[in-house]
Design a protein around this ligand. Structure first.
Ligand code: ARG
Length: 398
């Protein structure tokens, strides 16, 4: 009996030709695993195609709920962004895909797993490191990396092997999509001076006028969104709804040059309206309910955790520890945030919470003020005492 390999199958050209290639090169039975993290693919169609292309078995795994609960929620709680901008949509889905792939390989008694990552990106790191940490026995096959075949050659290969693949319209872009965002690279975008053409956008197609605006209220409980405009909703619906409203204003477009783990700088465009808006709203709620020291320290944890996710270090002790810090910090992050949406822009314009630490009687400059000015004078004396001493000794630091 032949050995088995579980392939993370997307239904696209690259993973499709991989089925044949793996069979020829490694003489293995290929199980195609379609892992649904909310990408808008036609899974039934891809399922059939995998079998037509010679996979011995195909499976569709619905990972959406798990994606939300174990990956998107921690992202919101941690305001997770790489290099302060990228909401990590592609990156946070990888450990989940890896987990499902390895689970399937274990179930099937497969000796190997395969993925479609190239040799240039971060995703190969996320796959390989994740797979090795979950099951070090598994062999990793990466046809794109091993074969390194250009796209036109891939189409030729598909034709030569009579594969039914629709590649009539060749898109110059590489696109990755899931519930949390859409990533677009390659083609004209490889020139960082070139403005992204309007037609690459799908989630942020602008249908609003420049002077239109709209308000939405987002309610959080323990750091996660639970309602929009007073209506309780399943988190997937909240994400969808905000993607739709904010997207129609062109909110959530990110155009950046980022530092990949393997050292290359790359230019990528992201569309993540819900991620951008929810995390900003969440951050503003934290500003209201958390004390200063926690907020400031949390910034450091957030940045480190974003790096860990980007670098493919999900299944690691440090990521787990950082996440438990984040979880513990969210107990009182409950309340409502009012957001004003406008053309390609939004701002938080109101916040309230039963755990608010904002004390109007202390903050006000009006007559209701209860603040004792003597406190300040004395506090500042003690606060500045070490420097007063230096000054007295003539040790001036200008
Ligand atoms: N640069 C992003 C990351 O490493 C996205 C990678 C995938 N992008 C794409 N357009 N296929 O997480």
């Amino acid at each position: 009996m032949k050995e088995k390999v579980v392939l993370a199958y997307s239904g696209g050209l690259d993973t499709s030709i991989s089925i044949n290639w793996i069979k020829e090169k490694y003489n293995m039975d290929v199980i195609a695993a379609l892992i649904d993290c909310g990408q808008p693919d036609d899974f039934e169609d891809a399922y059939r195609r995998a079998l037509d292309l010679g996979a011995c078995k195909a499976i569709i795994i619905d990972a959406k709920e798990e994606f939300i609960k174990d990956y998107i929620f921690p992202s919101i709680k941690a305001n997770l962004k790489y290099e302060k901008n990228y909401p990590l949509a592609t990156a946070i889905a990888r450990p989940l895909i890896v987990k499902k792939l390895v689970e399937e390989a274990n179930k099937e008694g497969a000796k190997a797993v395969a993925h479609g990552c190239t040799a240039k990106g971060n995703d190969q790191v996320r796959f390989d490191v994740g797979i090795r940490s979950l099951n070090p026995e598994l062999k990793i096959i990466a046809p794109q990396r091993e074969w390194n075949i250009p796209r036109d050659k891939a189409i030729e290969y598909a034709k030569k092997h009579n594969m039914k693949i629709n590649v009539t319209k060749k898109s110059p872009f590489s696109i990755d999509e899931n519930l949390w965002g859409r990533s677009i690279e390659c083609g004209i975008l490889e020139d960082p001076w070139e403005e992204p053409p309007e037609d690459i956008f799908k989630w942020t197609k602008i249908t609003k006028n420049q002077n239109e605006f709209e308000y939405i209220e987002i309610e959080f409980e323990g750091g996660i969104p639970v309602a929009v405009d007073g209506e309780k909703m399943h988190p997937a619906r909240i994400i969808e709804k905000i993607n739709k409203i904010a997207g129609s204003f062109g909110i959530g477009r990110i155009d950046m040059v980022e530092n990949r783990l393997i050292g290359i700088k790359s230019r990528e465009i992201y569309e993540s309206p819900a991620a951008v808006l929810l995390m900003e709203a969440h951050k503003q709620l934290e500003a209201l309910v958390l004390d200063r020291e926690l907020v400031h320290y949390k910034y450091l944890i957030e940045e480190k955790m974003a790096e860990m996710v980007y670098y493919g270090l999900w299944f690691t002790p440090l990521r787990v520890c950082l996440e438990s810090f984040i979880t513990e910090s969210q107990k009182y992050v409950s309340g409502i945030i009012k957001v004003k949406l406008g053309y390609k822009n939004f701002s938080v314009v109101g916040r309230k919470s039963k755990y608010s630490l904002y004390d109007k009687e202390l903050a006000t400059y009006d007559k209701e003020d209860i603040f004792d000015p003597k406190y300040s004078e004395n506090f500042i004396k003690i606060w500045g005492y070490p420097y007063e001493l230096l000054g007295k000794k003539g040790r001036i630091n200008e």
